[in-house]
Design a protein around this ligand. Sequence first.
Ligand SMILES: [Zn+2]
Length: 153
Amino acid sequence: MSDPRKASAEILRRDQRSDRSLIHCWSLADRQKAGYYVRDRVLYRNYKYLGQEYEQLVLPVNHRQEVMKLAHEIYAGHLGAKKTKERIKLSFMSPTIASDVQKTRESCHQCQMERRVTVDDRDFGSVDVIETDQFQQPELLPTNNFFVTYGAL
Ligand SMILES: [Zn+2]
């Protein structure tokens, strides 16, 4: 057990095997169905997205929260639920991904703060839209979030 990578792989194998939420996934892998397979005693799934194939590591329930949090904050840069899911699915598989991501976003302090700012902007935005229409140039400022959001109204 001197190699920490070996130790963590063993923990992953043990957690995948003992995870009741993955029983169905193991069964699919045994029958080589739905893209599931086992390599080196680790459970994976082959995921096809936009013509590319990705190897998803199947996440045991006790590793999901940590991975979702990392993916949401670092990998997906606090993007919305759909984008966070898309990014996670390029590397990981979880049968409960939708609720995992939802929970991660709800418990994310930064996302909660940004949501509050967005709501505040909206109150002022409805007033400014009238001015924007008068100048008729919202599409000249595509990088400005404010005009992108309200220019289409
Ligand atoms: Zn966030």
